[in-house]
Design a protein around this ligand. Structure first.
Ligand SMILES: NC(=O)c1ccc[n+]([C@@H]2O[C@H](COP(=O)([O-])OP(=O)(O)OC[C@H]3O[C@@H](n4cnc5c(N)ncnc54)[C@H](O)[C@@H]3O)[C@@H](O)[C@H]2O)c1
Length: 266
Protein backbone atom coordinates (compact mmCIF):
# COMPACT_ATOMS: atom_id res chain seq x y z
CA UNK A 1 0.00 0.00 0.00
CA UNK A 2 1.22 3.53 -0.78
CA UNK A 3 2.46 5.57 2.15
CA UNK A 4 -0.13 8.27 2.82
CA UNK A 5 2.38 10.99 3.83
CA UNK A 6 5.25 10.30 1.43
CA UNK A 7 6.94 13.61 0.58
CA UNK A 8 5.19 15.47 3.41
CA UNK A 9 6.79 17.25 6.37
CA UNK A 10 5.12 17.20 9.78
CA UNK A 11 5.93 18.81 13.13
CA UNK A 12 4.74 17.06 16.30
CA UNK A 13 5.03 19.07 19.50
CA UNK A 14 5.34 17.05 22.69
CA UNK A 15 6.68 14.32 20.41
CA UNK A 16 9.31 12.93 22.79
CA UNK A 17 6.92 10.68 24.72
CA UNK A 18 3.38 9.52 25.36
CA UNK A 19 0.79 10.15 22.66
CA UNK A 20 3.16 12.46 20.74
CA UNK A 21 5.69 9.66 20.31
CA UNK A 22 3.00 7.37 18.88
CA UNK A 23 2.00 10.13 16.44
CA UNK A 24 5.63 10.59 15.35
CA UNK A 25 6.02 6.84 14.78
CA UNK A 26 2.80 6.61 12.71
CA UNK A 27 3.83 9.56 10.51
CA UNK A 28 7.22 7.99 9.87
CA UNK A 29 5.54 4.64 9.04
CA UNK A 30 3.40 6.52 6.54
CA UNK A 31 6.39 8.12 4.81
CA UNK A 32 6.51 11.61 6.39
CA UNK A 33 9.59 13.49 7.46
CA UNK A 34 8.92 14.49 11.07
CA UNK A 35 10.33 17.17 13.32
CA UNK A 36 9.92 16.19 16.98
CA UNK A 37 9.57 19.30 19.16
CA UNK A 38 9.73 18.98 22.93
CA UNK A 39 11.33 20.35 26.09
CA UNK A 40 12.54 16.80 26.84
CA UNK A 41 15.67 16.83 24.69
CA UNK A 42 17.08 13.52 25.92
CA UNK A 43 14.09 11.40 24.95
CA UNK A 44 13.46 13.45 21.81
CA UNK A 45 17.03 13.04 20.51
CA UNK A 46 16.90 9.33 21.31
CA UNK A 47 13.66 8.89 19.39
CA UNK A 48 14.91 10.85 16.38
CA UNK A 49 18.10 8.78 16.30
CA UNK A 50 16.18 5.51 16.54
CA UNK A 51 13.91 6.52 13.65
CA UNK A 52 16.84 7.63 11.47
CA UNK A 53 16.71 9.96 8.46
CA UNK A 54 12.97 10.79 8.38
CA UNK A 55 13.04 12.30 11.88
CA UNK A 56 14.83 15.24 13.50
CA UNK A 57 14.58 16.70 16.98
CA UNK A 58 14.33 20.39 17.85
CA UNK A 59 14.22 21.49 21.47
CA UNK A 60 11.18 23.76 21.75
CA UNK A 61 9.18 25.27 24.58
CA UNK A 62 5.78 25.74 22.97
CA UNK A 63 4.88 28.42 25.51
CA UNK A 64 7.52 30.67 23.92
CA UNK A 65 6.35 32.18 20.61
CA UNK A 66 9.92 32.82 19.40
CA UNK A 67 10.84 29.19 20.06
CA UNK A 68 7.80 28.06 18.08
CA UNK A 69 8.61 30.34 15.14
CA UNK A 70 12.20 29.04 15.18
CA UNK A 71 10.80 25.48 15.13
CA UNK A 72 8.76 26.16 12.00
CA UNK A 73 11.74 27.89 10.35
CA UNK A 74 13.90 24.87 11.25
CA UNK A 75 11.42 22.43 9.69
CA UNK A 76 11.11 24.48 6.50
CA UNK A 77 14.88 25.05 6.12
CA UNK A 78 15.92 21.52 6.99
CA UNK A 79 13.09 19.48 5.48
CA UNK A 80 12.01 21.72 2.62
CA UNK A 81 8.50 22.66 3.73
CA UNK A 82 5.73 22.12 6.24
CA UNK A 83 2.47 20.34 5.44
CA UNK A 84 1.21 19.17 8.84
CA UNK A 85 1.43 20.79 12.28
CA UNK A 86 0.38 18.73 15.30
CA UNK A 87 0.08 20.86 18.44
CA UNK A 88 0.10 18.01 20.95
CA UNK A 89 2.33 19.21 23.83
CA UNK A 90 0.42 19.53 27.08
CA UNK A 91 0.73 19.49 30.86
CA UNK A 92 -1.73 18.75 33.62
CA UNK A 93 -2.71 21.12 36.41
CA UNK A 94 -3.41 20.82 40.11
CA UNK A 95 -6.28 18.49 41.09
CA UNK A 96 -7.07 20.64 44.17
CA UNK A 97 -10.58 21.97 44.59
CA UNK A 98 -10.95 25.65 43.76
CA UNK A 99 -11.01 26.97 47.34
CA UNK A 100 -7.78 25.08 48.11
CA UNK A 101 -6.16 25.93 44.80
CA UNK A 102 -4.03 29.10 44.63
CA UNK A 103 -4.06 28.84 40.80
CA UNK A 104 -0.33 29.51 40.71
CA UNK A 105 0.09 26.92 37.96
CA UNK A 106 -2.50 28.64 35.75
CA UNK A 107 -0.06 30.78 33.75
CA UNK A 108 2.24 27.87 33.01
CA UNK A 109 -0.62 25.52 32.11
CA UNK A 110 -2.36 28.09 29.90
CA UNK A 111 1.05 28.93 28.40
CA UNK A 112 1.67 25.36 27.25
CA UNK A 113 -1.84 24.04 26.60
CA UNK A 114 -3.50 27.10 25.07
CA UNK A 115 -0.86 29.63 24.01
CA UNK A 116 1.36 26.81 22.71
CA UNK A 117 -1.47 25.74 20.41
CA UNK A 118 -2.12 29.32 19.30
CA UNK A 119 1.56 30.03 18.55
CA UNK A 120 1.90 26.68 16.76
CA UNK A 121 -1.13 27.37 14.57
CA UNK A 122 -0.06 30.86 13.66
CA UNK A 123 3.58 30.11 12.87
CA UNK A 124 2.64 27.02 10.83
CA UNK A 125 -0.13 28.87 9.02
CA UNK A 126 2.18 31.77 8.12
CA UNK A 127 4.21 29.29 6.09
CA UNK A 128 1.31 27.15 4.83
CA UNK A 129 -0.72 30.15 3.61
CA UNK A 130 1.94 31.00 1.04
CA UNK A 131 2.66 27.40 0.06
CA UNK A 132 -0.61 25.78 -0.98
CA UNK A 133 -2.16 25.17 2.43
CA UNK A 134 -1.81 22.39 4.97
CA UNK A 135 -3.41 20.67 7.90
CA UNK A 136 -3.20 21.53 11.59
CA UNK A 137 -4.29 19.12 14.32
CA UNK A 138 -4.62 20.43 17.88
CA UNK A 139 -4.92 18.33 21.00
CA UNK A 140 -7.72 19.21 23.36
CA UNK A 141 -9.12 16.71 25.87
CA UNK A 142 -12.17 14.71 26.77
CA UNK A 143 -11.97 16.82 29.95
CA UNK A 144 -13.00 19.88 27.94
CA UNK A 145 -16.10 18.14 26.57
CA UNK A 146 -17.43 16.66 29.79
CA UNK A 147 -18.48 18.62 32.83
CA UNK A 148 -16.61 18.14 36.08
CA UNK A 149 -14.55 20.02 38.61
CA UNK A 150 -10.87 19.17 38.66
CA UNK A 151 -8.33 19.62 37.25
CA UNK A 152 -9.96 22.99 36.78
CA UNK A 153 -7.17 24.92 35.06
CA UNK A 154 -6.43 22.01 32.72
CA UNK A 155 -10.08 21.68 31.68
CA UNK A 156 -10.29 25.43 31.13
CA UNK A 157 -7.17 25.50 28.95
CA UNK A 158 -8.43 22.62 26.83
CA UNK A 159 -11.91 24.16 26.43
CA UNK A 160 -10.26 27.34 25.15
CA UNK A 161 -8.34 25.25 22.61
CA UNK A 162 -11.68 24.12 21.16
CA UNK A 163 -12.86 27.69 20.59
CA UNK A 164 -9.50 28.75 19.18
CA UNK A 165 -9.64 25.72 16.88
CA UNK A 166 -13.04 26.78 15.49
CA UNK A 167 -12.00 30.40 14.96
CA UNK A 168 -8.71 29.43 13.33
CA UNK A 169 -10.50 26.92 11.06
CA UNK A 170 -12.87 29.66 9.82
CA UNK A 171 -10.09 32.20 9.39
CA UNK A 172 -7.60 29.94 7.60
CA UNK A 173 -9.98 28.08 5.27
CA UNK A 174 -9.42 30.51 2.39
CA UNK A 175 -5.71 29.58 2.38
CA UNK A 176 -6.46 25.85 2.10
CA UNK A 177 -5.50 25.27 5.73
CA UNK A 178 -7.70 22.91 7.74
CA UNK A 179 -7.68 23.04 11.56
CA UNK A 180 -9.11 20.22 13.67
CA UNK A 181 -8.85 18.80 17.19
CA UNK A 182 -8.48 15.38 18.72
CA UNK A 183 -9.82 14.94 22.25
CA UNK A 184 -8.14 11.94 23.90
CA UNK A 185 -9.44 10.34 27.07
CA UNK A 186 -8.02 7.74 29.49
CA UNK A 187 -4.82 7.02 27.53
CA UNK A 188 -2.07 5.62 29.72
CA UNK A 189 0.88 8.09 29.53
CA UNK A 190 3.02 10.34 31.73
CA UNK A 191 0.10 12.74 32.23
CA UNK A 192 -2.34 10.07 33.50
CA UNK A 193 -0.36 9.05 36.57
CA UNK A 194 -3.32 7.40 38.27
CA UNK A 195 -4.99 3.98 38.01
CA UNK A 196 -7.15 4.15 34.87
CA UNK A 197 -8.77 0.70 35.30
CA UNK A 198 -11.57 1.69 37.74
CA UNK A 199 -12.24 4.90 35.81
CA UNK A 200 -12.64 2.98 32.55
CA UNK A 201 -14.81 0.34 34.26
CA UNK A 202 -17.17 2.99 35.61
CA UNK A 203 -17.30 5.62 32.87
CA UNK A 204 -16.04 4.39 29.50
CA UNK A 205 -18.53 2.35 27.42
CA UNK A 206 -15.82 0.57 25.39
CA UNK A 207 -14.11 -1.63 27.98
CA UNK A 208 -10.64 -1.47 26.43
CA UNK A 209 -7.59 0.58 27.33
CA UNK A 210 -6.98 3.25 24.69
CA UNK A 211 -3.42 3.76 23.46
CA UNK A 212 -1.31 6.48 21.95
CA UNK A 213 -1.59 4.59 18.66
CA UNK A 214 -5.41 4.99 18.79
CA UNK A 215 -4.96 8.76 19.07
CA UNK A 216 -2.27 8.73 16.37
CA UNK A 217 -4.66 7.04 13.94
CA UNK A 218 -7.20 9.84 14.49
CA UNK A 219 -4.49 12.50 14.08
CA UNK A 220 -3.30 10.99 10.79
CA UNK A 221 -6.88 10.83 9.53
CA UNK A 222 -7.40 14.55 10.30
CA UNK A 223 -3.96 15.44 8.91
CA UNK A 224 -4.40 13.75 5.54
CA UNK A 225 -6.50 13.95 2.41
CA UNK A 226 -9.11 11.46 3.67
CA UNK A 227 -10.51 14.34 5.77
CA UNK A 228 -10.31 16.96 2.99
CA UNK A 229 -13.87 18.17 3.69
CA UNK A 230 -13.45 18.38 7.48
CA UNK A 231 -12.37 21.48 9.36
CA UNK A 232 -13.17 23.01 12.75
CA UNK A 233 -14.23 19.74 14.41
CA UNK A 234 -13.33 17.96 17.63
CA UNK A 235 -12.87 14.19 17.35
CA UNK A 236 -13.00 12.40 20.71
CA UNK A 237 -10.75 9.34 21.08
CA UNK A 238 -12.17 8.27 24.40
CA UNK A 239 -13.85 4.88 24.13
CA UNK A 240 -17.24 6.60 24.10
CA UNK A 241 -16.83 8.39 27.44
CA UNK A 242 -18.19 11.72 26.21
CA UNK A 243 -21.21 9.89 24.74
CA UNK A 244 -22.14 8.86 28.27
CA UNK A 245 -22.14 5.75 30.46
CA UNK A 246 -23.28 2.35 29.18
CA UNK A 247 -26.47 0.73 30.45
CA UNK A 248 -24.46 -1.46 32.85
CA UNK A 249 -22.52 1.55 34.18
CA UNK A 250 -25.75 3.45 34.81
CA UNK A 251 -27.21 0.43 36.64
CA UNK A 252 -24.06 0.25 38.76
CA UNK A 253 -24.26 3.93 39.69
CA UNK A 254 -27.96 3.53 40.58
CA UNK A 255 -27.18 0.47 42.72
CA UNK A 256 -24.43 2.38 44.52
CA UNK A 257 -26.78 5.33 45.09
CA UNK A 258 -29.31 2.90 46.63
CA UNK A 259 -26.54 1.51 48.83
CA UNK A 260 -26.62 -1.89 47.14
CA UNK A 261 -22.86 -1.90 46.56
CA UNK A 262 -21.02 -3.77 43.76
CA UNK A 263 -22.10 -5.17 40.45
CA UNK A 264 -20.35 -5.69 37.15
CA UNK A 265 -20.21 -2.72 34.83
CA UNK A 266 -18.58 -4.67 31.97
N1 LIG B 1 -3.24 10.77 28.22
C1 LIG B 1 -4.51 11.12 28.17
O1 LIG B 1 -5.43 10.37 28.57
C2 LIG B 1 -4.89 12.47 27.63
C3 LIG B 1 -6.24 12.84 27.74
C4 LIG B 1 -6.62 14.07 27.21
C5 LIG B 1 -5.70 14.90 26.60
N2 LIG B 1 -4.40 14.52 26.54
C6 LIG B 1 -3.48 15.45 25.89
O2 LIG B 1 -2.63 14.74 25.00
C7 LIG B 1 -1.41 15.48 24.84
C8 LIG B 1 -0.24 14.54 25.03
O3 LIG B 1 -0.22 14.14 26.40
P1 LIG B 1 0.31 12.72 26.89
O4 LIG B 1 -0.83 12.01 27.50
O5 LIG B 1 1.08 12.06 25.81
O6 LIG B 1 1.25 13.19 28.10
P2 LIG B 1 2.84 13.07 28.28
O7 LIG B 1 3.13 13.78 29.54
O8 LIG B 1 3.24 11.64 28.16
O9 LIG B 1 3.43 13.85 27.03
C9 LIG B 1 3.44 15.26 26.95
C10 LIG B 1 4.69 15.69 26.19
O10 LIG B 1 4.67 17.13 26.10
C11 LIG B 1 5.98 17.61 26.42
N3 LIG B 1 5.90 18.99 26.89
C12 LIG B 1 5.46 19.44 28.10
N4 LIG B 1 5.58 20.77 28.17
C13 LIG B 1 6.10 21.18 26.99
C14 LIG B 1 6.45 22.45 26.46
N5 LIG B 1 6.33 23.58 27.19
N6 LIG B 1 6.95 22.50 25.20
C15 LIG B 1 7.11 21.37 24.47
N7 LIG B 1 6.81 20.15 24.93
C16 LIG B 1 6.30 20.05 26.17
C17 LIG B 1 6.49 16.65 27.47
O11 LIG B 1 7.91 16.70 27.63
C18 LIG B 1 5.99 15.32 26.93
O12 LIG B 1 6.91 14.73 26.02
C19 LIG B 1 -1.48 16.63 25.86
O13 LIG B 1 -1.89 17.81 25.22
C20 LIG B 1 -2.53 16.15 26.84
O14 LIG B 1 -3.15 17.21 27.52
C21 LIG B 1 -3.97 13.32 27.04
Amino acid sequence: MDQEFAGKVAIVTGGSGGIGRAIVERFVEQGATVVIADVDAERGEELATSLGGPAAFRRTDVADPDDVQALVDFAVDRCGGLHVMVNNAGVSSSFRRLLDNDLRDAQRVMGVNLFGVMYGCRSAALHMAGHGGGSIVNTTSMGALTGGSSPIVYRTSKAAVIQFNRSAACDLAEYGIRVNCVAPGHISTGITNYDLEPVIRLSQPLQRQGTGADVADAVLFLAGDRSAQITGVVLPVDGGTTAGPSFAQTQLLLAQARGEGGGDAG
